[in-house]
Design a protein around this ligand. Structure first.
Ligand code: AMP
Ligand code: FE
Ligand code: FE
Ligand code: ZN
Length: 280
């Protein structure tokens, strides 16, 4: 059993890196990739622990990118080698941009008479505080009735009165950065593209992403039923893409999803997936 898509509390998971390593060992995983949103901090913390425990830990990340105005999640693997120094430098810029955005967002909210501070929205471990955390505080303080309302009124790109942009890479740019860092990129949970209105089908999008340099697709995922898995394996075949797979484990934030076995046991990722990735 392997799992190539998991989150720690360095992004939006609830397990500390050490706890995730322990859980992977207890579950009997042959290999684990930590793929936190926009940060390698969880992997970095887990690496020595995994080594001591004899767990095959793979460096991963999940980047939020833009593709024709839509948000597309891109996984990046093996960004722990020599060439990845530049990639880490770019991540630092991304983090600085987020921090700066958060400061300006607070200032705009306060200017509008909304009583909220940076301390109140900041998450415990820090680097990935985002608008969902702002929304939670706005609800708790009675400024919004729901997450949707908080985005519509204050935080969202379309109509939010305090909206502030942050640095967000285009998919093509992110593909180049991952490749230049010696990494291998994979399109995360392609089913979400369909849900986000790609009604004319995934096929032309995958073809375009392939042209931009996409090397792999996440065919196995907790959100994918057997029909989707078969369809995405078909794309991999047709477009010469490698295959990745993982549960998207977030701990208590997605309680039905288990490490390795996915949503109520719907996941069974062949070991060969990882062997082929490493060959590539
Ligand atoms: P940030 O990374 O801080 O810019 O926040 C982005 C996150 O906000 C996304 O990952 C979504 O989870 C969430 N988000 C963005 N727009 C909306 C919306 N209209 N309603 C609810 N959540 C949203
Ligand atoms: Fe997440
Ligand atoms: Fe994702
Ligand atoms: Zn994820």
């Amino acid at each position: 059993m392997i799992d190539l898509h998991t989150h720690t509390d360095e992004s939006d998971g609830t397990y500390r890196p050490a706890e995730l390593v322990d859980e992977a060992v207890a579950t009997g995983l042959e290999a684990l990739a930590i793929s936190d949103h926009d940060t390698l901090a969880g992997y970095d913390a887990a690496e020595p622990l995994a080594r001591a425990a004899g767990l095959d830990l793979i460096c991963g990340i999940e980047l939020s990118t833009k593709f024709h105005g839509r948000t597309v999640h891109l996984l990046g693997y093996f960004l722990n080698g020599g060439p990845s120094a530049e990639f880490r430098g770019w991540l630092k810029e991304l983090h600085d941009s987020r921090r700066d955005r958060n400061i300006r967002l607070i200032a705009r909210l306060q200017a509008q008479g909304v009583d909220v501070t940076l301390e109140e929205v900041s998450t415990g471990r820090g680097s990935q505080t985002g608008r969902p955390h702002f929304a939670r505080v706005l609800i708790d303080k009675g400024y919004a009735s729901s997450i949707e309302h908080a985005f519509q009124q204050y935080l969202g790109e379309e109509s939010g009165s305090a909206y502030v942009q942050r640095m967000e890479p285009e998919l093509g740019e992110a593909l180049k950065l991952v490749a230049a860092g010696g990494g291998l990129a994979s399109l995360a949970h392609p089913i979400r593209l369909v849900r986000r209105g790609a009604s004319d089908g995934l096929d032309p999008m995958i073809a375009e992403m392939r042209e931009l340099g996409l090397p792999a697709i996440e065919a196995f995922h907790s959100d994918h039923g057997p029909a989707e898995v078969a369809q995405y394996l078909g794309y991999a075949e047709r477009y010469g893409l490698a295959v990745t797979g993982g549960s998207d484990f977030h701990g208590a934030n997605k309680p039905r999803i288990r490490l390795g076995t996915g949503l109520d046991g719907n996941l069974d990722i062949p070991r060969a997936v990882l062997d082929k990735l490493r060959d590539k």
